[in-house]
Design a protein around this ligand. Structure first.
Ligand SMILES: [Fe+2]
Length: 190
């Protein structure tokens, strides 16, 4: 079964994001879908030989391409929001419980996103304890918390903001916060 790229063109017109940036970003995302499918196919046809470097490198590559695909889906699906976060809803209450206050969570999430390097910032919920964490992901595949579900996902690769913001990553993060689809985010919370 092959993966199909989803259509996120309804995000075009979002405040703070140019059409050029979004269209390029959708194209990049489609590349991850294509490459994930390609890897699934290639790996199934290769001899299962651990001494073959080609087989080993394709195996290693899979986490990069698959997460590159899936994280973009989480990201695009938690954007395009028009309504502010319900400050008396379950997400706000949970954030306050685990971080001290909504504001303290937001400060930590923004700071995580502003770190040097390329990757992602993810608000995770531990499926075992329910605990929330703001986590840095290096590139697409390094740093994921096993058994945790992504609640809010933010792309901080340069392609996510350079076109519109140059090196001003904090300004991009502010634009993300203006467009979070809080209903989608809250829907992921257990
Ligand atoms: Fe991206």
């Amino acid at each position: 079964m092959a993966y199909t790229a989803k259509d996120y063109s309804k995000l075009i017109g979002m405040e703070g994001f140019s059409e050029t940036l979004l269209k390029n970003h959708f194209t990049l995302y489609q590349g991850y879908v294509t490459n994930t499918n390609k890897l699934v196919e290639l790996l199934s046809s290769k001899a299962k030989d651990a001494t073959n470097p080609e087989y080993a490198e394709l195996k290693r590559r899979f986490g990069f391409e698959f997460n590159g695909m899936r994280l973009h889906e989480y990201y695009f699906e938690n954007l395009g929001g028009k309504e502010p976060l319900d400050k008396s809803g379950k997400l706000t209450r949970k954030l306050a419980e685990d971080f001290g206050s909504y504001e303290a969570w937001e400060q930590d999430f923004r700071a995580t996103g502003a770190m040097r390097g390329i990757g992602w910032t993810i608000l995770y919920q531990d499926d075992v304890t329910g605990q929330l964490f703001n986590q840095w992901i290096n590139e697409h595949e390094v740093g994921h918390l096993a058994g945790c579900r992504p609640i809010l996902v933010m792309d901080v690769f340069e392609h996510a903001f350079m076109t519109d913001y140059g090196l001003k990553r904090a300004d991009y993060i502010a634009a993300v916060f203006k467009n979070i689809n809080w209903k989608a985010v809250e829907g992921r919370l257990k």
